[in-house]
Write a protein that binds this ligand. Structure first.
Ligand code: ATP
Ligand code: ATP
Ligand code: CA
Length: 217
């Protein structure tokens, strides 16, 4: 059976998570205390229910335990977010993903058993910052505090060259993991593969080295 998801909090973030899952064909339960939000959610979730997630009986009545993943997307009300996470944990939910407002909130969530804590505003801010350094940086994903992965549009210095000729590994110590060309993606590029105008390179490396590459892009 396809996985079932529940999303608590139909703010901008929760809505985005829920509608994307629904579009991918999964069953999604949307929960919010706000009836207007639930009215709107009807269009992009399988079921939308008005309920307060800090009420354990309400969550029990919804059979929340049977969902494979529950996403807590409550924003401003940190207390409600923590309480909800605790209740979900006690009810035995298999996987709990929670949106955190800040590092301290995130720490508490991890301590009480959240399986994954996400920081959408922080992460998006980081991406935008990298895109500001160079509009050629399309995406930026932190892999660890030291290593990241970027998507970068091939610049004029790279176009027409093979990977070896670009000296990306020698000069920056970074590795090209994939080359995107329109709809195609070459996931194991070789030294002799040539870079075309418009190609997008997926590059992995140390943050400092990637920064040098970004600045020169
Ligand atoms: P976003 O940035 O994603 O829009 P936000 O950070 O502004 O969200 P809020 O608006 O505070 O977050 O919360 C998101 C949603 O969570 C709101 O629609 C709110 O009604 C809902 N919510 C808050 N507390 C609860 C609760 N105890 N149970 C269910 N839903 C709740
Ligand atoms: P290496 O151990 O450095 O990979 P090699 O001779 O075994 O050396 P080749 O695959 O022949 O490697 O590639 C020659 C050179 O081309 C590499 O040293 C590197 O500079 C560059 N190169 C090849 N593949 C990549 C890649 N995916 N990303 C960045 N540079 C690459
Ligand atoms: Ca917000």
């Amino acid at each position: 059976m396809a996985k079932q998801y529940a999303v608590i909090g139909m703010g901008r973030f929760g809505t985005s998570v829920a509608s994307e899952l629904y579009e991918m064909g999964y069953e999604v339960l949307g929960i919010d205390t706000n009836e207007d939000k639930i009215q709107d959610a009807v269009d992009f979730v399988t079921h939308a229910v008005t309920a307060d997630s800090t009420d354990d009986n309400a969550l029990k009545a919804l059979g929340i335990r049977n969902f494979d993943v529950v996403v807590v997307a409550i924003g401003a009300d940190i207390q409600a977010s923590i309480l909800t996470t605790l209740i979900l944990k006690e009810l035995g939910v298999k996987k709990i993903v929670v949106k955190a407002q800040n590092e301290l909130h995130g720490k508490v969530l991890t301590k009480i058993g959240a399986d994954k804590v996400v920081y959408p505003e922080r992460d998006m801010g980081i991406r935008v910052a990298h895109n500001l350094i160079s509009p050629n940086i399309l995406d930026y994903i932190e892999l660890s505090p030291e290593y990241s992965m970027i998507e970068i549009v091939a610049n004029h210095k790279m176009v027409g060259k093979t990977l070896q000729e670009t000296d990306i590994r020698k000069k920056y110590g970074c590795t090209v993991m994939a080359i995107k060309r329109g709809e195609d993606i070459n996931i194991s590029p070789l030294a002799n593969d040539r870079i075309d105008q418009g190609d997008i390179l997926v590059v992995i490396g140390k943050n400092d080295d990637l920064q040098t590459l970004e600045e020169e892009a």
